[in-house]
Design a protein around this ligand. Structure first.
Ligand code: GLU
Length: 284
């Protein structure tokens, strides 16, 4: 099987050393295996994505010496595919419409109920379940949609136990059902303002592009559990995941997009070479 890797940045700020590390790892893995390296622009957050950052991504990656296949897939062009996947999940009864604001969720989570302290998952507060009992009609609503995690885990576990995994991978990946329900909870799969979400789009696109190996930071480890679950529910293959260490600053803090001091552009302006960048992230 040919190795297909990808780098999937969001054009919401400058690429920093952590992105360079992720991109180089994915690129070199594909090249070493004689495989394919793809670039995908994850621009579903229209409020934050900017063409100038997309241009800067191409510019920095070219400067780093990376080459990718064209045309580049842009998530904003693929909203219909995400809608189709949502419609399939909706028809299984595993999604429900959620009208809670962030404030509603905070209030419901801090209300004293059965002595349970609010929990934080990969997307923030674990959803307290307020809208879970709303009637689920036949027509896919256009508002925010959440995954009924307990129902999804039941469905996926049954699927898994029957040994009918989409690529016969049964037994290779274990999703701890209690972790998904208690520590992650009913994640949003369609945001009201986007009609989709990071989790759903990434799963649909990795499958559509035939990605076999996903290289991403270890901060996305819990997100990967959600993605594997969604692959099971949608009957999509599960790639091999490689979670790499995070590149941190001197204080041990992980780099963020707003951290311009560690932007590739800043190092370029200071006269660094691509080899210097590889050295800085520990790849030489
Ligand atoms: N757009 C995501 C990011 O920039 C992609 C990460 C991934 O799915 O591997 O963090």
């Amino acid at each position: 099987m040919a190795v297909v890797t990808r780098f999937a940045p969001s054009p919401t700020g400058p690429l920093h050393l952590g992105h360079a590390y992720s991109a180089i790892l994915a690129h070199d893995m594909a090249r070493a295996a004689g495989g394919r390296f793809l670039l995908r622009i994850e621009d579903i957050d229209r409020a934050r994505a900017r063409p100038k950052w997309e241009e800067a991504i191409y510019d920095d990656l070219t400067w780093l010496g990376l080459a990718w296949e064209r045309p580049v897939v842009r998530q904003s062009d693929r909203l219909d595919f995400y809608r189709d996947a949502l419609a399939r999940l909706w028809s299984t009864g595993l999604l429900y419409e959620c009208t809670c604001s962030r404030r509603d969720i905070e209030e419901a989570s801090s209300a004293p109920q059965e002595g349970a302290a609010p929990r934080f998952g990969p997307d923030g507060l674990v959803y307290p379940g307020t809208c879970r009992t709303r009637p689920r009609g036949t027509v896919l609503p256009s508002g925010a949609l959440r995954l009924d995690m307990a129902g999804a885990v039941r469905a996926a576990v049954t699927f898994y136990e029957e040994g009918a995994g989409p690529s016969g991978e049964g037994g290779t990946i274990s999703i701890a059902p209690t972790d998904l329900v208690e520590s992650i909870g009913d994640v949003v799969l369609a945001r009201r303002d986007m009609g989709t979400s990071y989790h759903l789009s990434v799963v649909v696109d990795d499958a559509a592009q035939g990605v076999t190996h996903v290289t991403r930071g270890e901060d996305l480890f819990e997100a990967t559990a959600i993605h594997v679950l969604l692959q099971r529910l949608l009957g999509l293959p599960t790639p091999v995941y490689h979670h790499h260490r995070l590149i941190r600053d001197e204080a041990g803090k992980r780099l963020a997009k707003r951290d311009d001091a560690r932007a590739i552009r800043t190092y370029r302006d200071e006269g660094a070479t691509p080899a210097d960048i590889r050295r800085m992230v520990g790849l030489i």
